[in-house]
Design a protein around this ligand. Structure first.
Ligand code: ZN
Length: 299
């Protein structure tokens, strides 16, 4: 009986992917990975070879330069593929973003908020790992089975709509895709799905300042194909935001989500020229509110 229930769950997931925008995301991911693999064969391996050669020269370590450069060039693909199967603890995400473990009080608030959602899925079944970022604004993101919340999400009592929205990303392919993409550019992605900005972590990690060396590290570790396809990825994620908002309405958090967007998101929205080439992975708050209001009028 249990096996049959599991099988029907898997089948309904497969059906949801095949007949939805998620299939496009999956295909886009395959194209991105193939592009990165092509790059790995002809550019990443030689660049990684030069980087390892210089590093061994500087540090005096005795390393097999050929095999080390192959490992360095191909490791992101192994990690990205593994993201679809094994969901490891979000160690790297936690370290790169500066997040911490939740306190007992925060854990209790989280369980209480999840219990108010209509589908009543327990916390451990939906979010296996929880991280908290000490940021005053309400914010939530998922990767794999890991949920990241800002401290502001607890302070402003907006957990329910945030969790209802993130629940859709976790229940669909979104969170696995976000995790796999982040593995393709391990040193550049910290908070947002396509966050290419922020400090130059690669430069800090290696303590090197020359432009050539930074550029080499960027090519090897930061997913250039992903960067060049960011416009299409941005468009894909903006569409998925609508799906997650619609799910929040299903879970009874539509009005709360509108209020959250109006208060904490819309005031920070800025015009984005040439949006089609931009990494912006969240739709304008005004458009999301408009879509939510239409959904609520229909329900
Ligand atoms: Zn979202």
């Amino acid at each position: 009986m249990r096996t049959r229930t599991k099988l029907s769950e898997v089948w309904s997931r497969v059906r949801r992917v095949v007949f939805s925008l998620q299939l496009f995301g999956l295909l886009l991911f395959c194209v991105t990975v193939l592009g990165e693999l092509f790059l790995a064969r002809y550019i990443r391996v030689p660049v990684a070879h030069a980087v390892v050669f210089v590093m061994t020269g500087v540090t005096g370590l005795s390393v097999d330069v050929d095999s080390a450069s192959i490992w360095l060039a191909y490791a992101p693909f192994a990690c990205a593929s593994a993201a679809f199967v094994a969901l490891f603890p979000p160690y790297l995400w936690r370290r790169l973003s500066g997040a911490r473990r939740p306190t007992d009080e925060e854990r209790e608030a989280l369980s209480a908020a999840l219990s108010t959602l209509r589908d009543q899925v327990p916390m451990a079944a939906r979010f296996r790992y929880v991280l908290v970022l000490d940021d005053p604004l309400p914010f939530a993101a998922v990767r794999g089975r890991a949920l990241m919340l800002s401290r502001g999400a607890f302070d402003h009592a907006v957990l329910e709509p945030l969790l209802a929205h993130e629940a859709h990303h976790v229940d669909s392919l979104d969170s696995r895709l976000a995790l796999a993409l982040s593995r393709l550019m391990p040193l550049k992605s910290q908070i947002g799905v396509l966050d290419f900005g922020g400090s130059s972590t690669s430069g800090l990690v290696f303590g090197l300042s020359s432009f050539a060396m930074k550029a080499a590290i960027w090519v090897v570790l930061c997913g250039p194909v992903l960067r060049f396809s960011r416009g299409v990825w941005g468009m894909y994620w903006r569409r998925r935001e609508y799906a997650a908002d619609a799910y929040a309405v299903e879970l009874g958090q539509g009005y709360e989500l509108i209020s959250l967007l109006e208060t904490y998101v819309q005031p920070f929205d800025l015009p984005v020229p040439y949006l089609v080439f931009d990494k912006k992975d969240h739709e304008f708050a005004a458009l999301r509110i408009d879509r939510l209001q239409r959904l609520l009028r229909r329900s």
